[in-house]
Ligand binder design. Structure first.
Ligand code: ATM
Length: 238
């Protein structure tokens, strides 16, 4: 039985982390076997890579190609160590960012060649692709205000990724727009300017049908196993 891979995407300050936490609560309240992860990170190796990418004192000189490979090194580890085993057990995996971030930030933001970036992504994920991607959208001005409020609240924490200029974040937004237009059935754009509750409800509206479908698949597996145990089906081994 295959599980479900749901990813969250969006610019900084889109309220993504809040919405990931609300979805986690809703799925747990509904009794679902759910795993929540983030990128870069999500494994001990990935969290060390995250530190290097964002907070290490030595990261100021990092070149875009090194950034690309580190993002995908973290991802390769996460996919094999955590995501694939969880999906194989039929779990719901929710990941705060996945490879769409690499297209938005490293292709559009850093302006690396698309083909080169795609090769790195392919190595990292193979055929492990999201079933649903929720792209949270806020205007760039809102994102900037939230980002600056956050850095004022933590003046001692420098985040290299947030040091980019406005043009970079404009390009990232454009990247997300292009991705949403290219993959309209996988990527659902959620207007994240509304109240926290309204945004959470919109997200739930997209998630629930997939969770119901997964439950049905689980029931089918269970039923056929029961029939086999009752001797109604041939022993598949003999
Ligand atoms: P969060 O702050 O959402 O955890 O994301 C970490 C940063 O890493 C975020 N930066 N900003 N600003 C987006 C960036 N990132 C990439 O540039 N490429 C990627 O592939 C991923 C997963 C994240």
């Amino acid at each position: 039985m295959k599980g479900l891979l749901i990813t969250f995407e969006g610019n900084e300050g889109s309220g993504k982390s809040t919405q990931v936490r609300i979805l986690e609560q809703r799925l747990r309240n509904a009794g679902k076997d759910t795993l929540f992860l983030r990128e870069p990170g999500g494994t001990p190796i990935g969290e060390e890579i995250r530190h290097t990418l964002q907070y290490s004192a030595a990261n100021g000189a990092m070149v875009p190609e090194a950034e690309l490979l580190l993002m995908n090194a973290s991802r390769a580890q996460l996919v094999r160590e955590v995501i694939r085993p969880a999906l194989a057990r039929g779990r719901i995996v929710v990941c705060d960012r996945f490879f769409d971030s690499t297209i938005a930030y490293q292709v559009y933001g850093r302006e690396l060649p698309r083909q080169l970036v795609q090769q790195a992504i392919d190595i990292a994920v193979g055929d492990t692709k999201p079933d649903l991607t929720l792209l949270l959208k806020v205007p760039l001005g809102t994102s900037e205000k939230r980002r600056s409020a956050r850095s004022q609240a933590r003046p001692q924490t420098r985040d290299r990724m947030e040091e980019a200029d406005r043009a970079f974040f404009e390009r990232v937004d454009l990247g997300y727009e292009d991705l949403a237009a290219t993959y309209p059935s996988r990527i659902r754009v959620v207007d994240a300017t509304g109240s926290i509750e309204a945004v959470a409800d919109e997200i739930w509206k997209w998630v629930l049908p997939l969770v119901d479908e997964l439950d049905l698949k689980g029931e089918k597996t269970y039923k056929s196993l029961g029939e086999w145990e009752c001797g109604k089906l041939d022993d598949p081994v003999n």
